[in-house]
Write a new protein. Structure first.
Lengths: 236, 263, 249
């Protein structure tokens, strides 16, 4: 009973990947003992589990995920945020204020307004309710400066790289601080707008070419070339 | 009454059908009791009421004069409309025709049009200028499943019941003469709908079976046993061999019905 | 059209556009053509030119239409006023409303509707130019747009029509053939699951002819399916090739 395709082979929804005693992993489904792909992506497998690394997907909330969201609505006792997902997320006033909410005294837009960015954690989510966020932990809260860029969530691991090698390299070459939300939203804070935009380009390039090899080298090369171009311009 | 079917009922229906039986005791290819009454609306040129189990549909026809379509200047015009009136089901809402009533009208239209049931060329008064327009209005009064077959049957019965005024053309003017003659009918198409539940096909699904089915397929046959219209509906699918089986079943049922109706 | 051709199939067995009886019109497919949409695809099938954009899964508007246990799939098939010989009014016609429904019903079996409750998926089909078989071409492109958007699917969906001209069953009717022929049978298929998700027919066919037509249409579907997979592959493989060249320089 075989796995019918080689590793790293591109599959499309409905392609038969394996038959028999296997476990249907990410982006696959099982019917009649056969495992089919459910998204466009690349086949990966280890021993019994067959996965498809999807080339494009969207973020579905999970408890405990650290995400970056944008406030879209100020409600009566809290806010609604866009977390790059089919579901909007809710952030309660009492969570942000770290004390009970006082409708007479607390002016919510002063605390967080439409368009503000937050780094938050998903504290609850199930099929019947929209996800709830918290910012009541260290490292979470309102973001005051920087650029955000959105990538397909499945590419975040590639942006991180093996043992963080890719992301450390980008941080180093661009001098930027980078926070990666699991939901595919990336926050880049640098010394200049140019640095931030360079980091953005690097990340978008990774998203586009994530399924190819030699990517780390190419990104490093691109960043170094940009830097030396900047140096030349300065010296002119 | 709840619009959502309970899981228990759903399972019950599926299990019975897997064994070849239905909740109301019918065989998988049996129609519910069918009653047809013609001529129930005197103001209409033709009319018919069909009771298919508890599904009730009334069709009225009206004939008016109008212009032909530019690419068929010598032929009369057929136009079919359907209304799922709000009183017929807790699910129907007042308003302009929605996709369901439009689909229903177009399926009934196709059966009549493609089988060439009406001799449209006999409805030409002055070629390119004036023809008779046959309006077929389908009015669903109670929805208990299989609106398609009930509506198609009622529409055909109404057409068979339709009378047109006698006329003659004098100096380009249409003059009505006394007396009536029947609408010129050449064929009597009959439509049969099969629903797929599990991997079985059932004929004439009633409301609860429709709520459980994967998909349905409706096929209209003309007098010579040829298929003249098909519509698959519902968000499920058929295997190709099931499509051909449905055609075989539908053809048989149509032959049975022709004998019963004397069509 | 002033001259109506007398025969739709000539003595050599070729059709008005030179095709053989079982030959498809040329098909071109492109994926990811609308940057703002979550997924998109463009198809040229003969002279048909159709663009499909997919948005979703996203929040349902209006909220009361949301379903607690599944997503809501909406489909809008629309023809541009300049897409046909005589200008078509932009308002949705009854035909467009019916086609929107049957196209939606052809795609729904391929989507895992229960994965994303309380959301909706919008499929927008715009026919820029029409020449017979637009519903089939629309379905083929819509399935690609859905796959492009990352919405999980059981299978792709591909569609093709067969019909009867003079007295022969032929594949893939263009507009003139459809208007002058004696039957048209559009079919949509989930190829790996061998499941028919759209089937319509108008005209007159014996049950045997119907069977031949369906089987021929399914053949056409499978040929187009290969092109669908290619289109999805091309989007990702090009990048690989570009980088190989860069590395070799």
């Amino acid at each position: 009973m075989p796995i019918l395709l080689e590793r790293r082979q591109l599959v499309t929804p409905g392609d038969l990947i394996a038959e028999g005693e296997y476990i249907a992993g990410e982006n696959t489904y099982m019917e009649n003992n056969k495992i089919y792909a459910s998204r466009v992506g690349i086949v990966e497998y280890e021993t019994k589990k067959v996965d498809v690394v999807a080339l494009k997907s969207f973020y579905v909330p999970r408890m405990g995920d650290i995400i970056i969201g944008t406030i879209t609505e100020v409600g009566f006792s809290g806010w609604t945020a866009d977390i790059n997902s089919p579901y909007p997320a809710l952030l309660r006033a009492s969570d942000v204020l770290s004390r009970p909410f006082r409708p007479q005294k607390d002016d919510l837009p002063q605390v967080l307004d439409i368009g503000d960015l937050v780094v938050a954690k998903i504290v609850s989510y199930d099929r019947t309710h929209d996800p709830q966020l918290t910012v009541a932990e260290p490292g979470l809260g309102k973001i005051t400066r920087g650029q955000i860029v959105k990538v397909t969530p499945t590419k975040i691991p590639r942006v991180i790289g093996r043992k963080g090698s890719m992301i450390s390299m980008i941080k180093q070459e661009t001098g930027c601080n980078i926070i990666l939300g699991v939901n595919g939203v990336v926050l880049i804070t640098g010394k200049t707008l140019e640095d931030e935009q360079l980091a953005m380009r690097a990340i978008l390039k990774i998203e586009e070419e994530s399924h190819t090899s030699g990517l780390t080298d190419r990104i490093t090369k691109m960043l170094k070339e940009e830097k030396s171009r900047k140096e030349e311009k300065k010296n002119e | 009454m709840a619009a959502v079917i309970t899981r228990v009922k759903k399972k019950q229906i599926e299990q019975l059908i897997a064994k070849g039986k239905r909740l109301d005791g019918r065989g998988l290819t049996d129609y519910r009791e069918t009653k047809i009454e013609q001529g129930i609306i005197e103001r209409a040129e033709g009319s018919a009421k069909v009771l298919l189990g508890r599904t009730e549909v009334v069709v009225g026809t009206k004939i008016e004069m109008g212009e032909p379509f530019p690419d068929t200047p010598d032929a009369g015009v057929l136009t079919v409309n359907a209304e799922l009136v709000p009183l017929a089901s807790p699910r129907f809402e007042p308003g302009p025709p929605d996709e369901n009533s439009i689909e229903l009208a177009r399926i009934v239209d196709r059966g009549i049009r493609e089988s060439k049931a009406i001799d449209l060329e006999k409805l030409c008064i002055a070629p390119g200028k004036k023809v008779f327009v046959v309006f077929v209005d389908v009015y669903v009064l109670n929805h208990d499943g299989n609106l398609i077959d009930a509506s198609a049957l009622a529409a055909m019965a109404a057409l068979l019941n339709t009378k047109m005024a006698k006329y003659e053309v004098e100096d380009g003017e249409v003059k009505i003469k006394p007396g009536y003659e029947p609408l010129p009918i050449k064929k009597r198409p009959i439509t049969v709908t099969c629903a797929k539940i599990g991997d079985k096909l059932v004929v004439d699904p009633w409301l609860e079976e429709e709520q459980v089915m994967d998909a349905r397929i409706s096929m209209a046959f003309d007098d010579d046993g040829n298929i003249c219209a098909i519509q698959k509906g519902g968000s499920g699918y058929f295997e190709p061999k099931q499509v051909f089986e449905a055609a075989r079943i539908a053809k048989e049922k149509v032959e049975e019905m022709r004998k019963q109706l004397n069509w | 059209m002033n001259d109506k051709p007398e025969r739709l199939i000539d003595k050599k067995g070729l059709r008005l556009d030179g095709r053989k009886l079982d030959e498809l019109r040329p098909v071109k497919l492109q994926v990811g053509v609308i940057s703002r949409a979550d997924g998109s695809a463009y198809i040229e099938h003969g002279k048909n030119k159709i663009l499909v954009g997919v948005y979703g899964p996203r929040e349902v508007h209006p909220k009361h239409l949301a379903l607690p246990d599944r997503t809501v799939l909406k489909c809008r098939y629309h023809m541009a006023p300049f897409s046909v010989q005589e200008r078509k009014s932009p308002a949705p016609s009854r035909r467009e409303i019916e086609l929107s429904k049957v196209i939606r019903e052809s795609l729904e079996p391929a989507i895992f509707m229960e994965y994303y409750p309380r959301t909706m998926i919008d499929v927008f089909v715009e026919v820029l130019q029409a020449d017979g078989g637009t519903r089939c071409a629309s379905i083929t492109a819509a399935a690609l747009a859905l796959a492009d958007s990352g919405i999980p699917m059981r299978d792709l969906v591909v569609a093709c029509a067969a019909g009867k001209l003079d007295d022969t069953i032929v594949l893939d009717l263009m507009d003139t053939e459809d208007k002058m022929g004696s039957a048209d049978v559009p079919v949509a298929l989930m190829p790996n699951l061998n499941a028919v998700t759209l089937l319509q027919m108008d005209g007159t066919l014996s049950t045997d002819e119907f069977e031949s037509a369906v089987n021929l249409a399914l053949e056409g579907c499978r040929q187009i399916y290969a092109l669908q997979k290619e289109a999805l592959r091309t989007k990702y493989v090009n990048v690989k090739e570009e980088n190989k060249e860069e590395a070799e320089e």
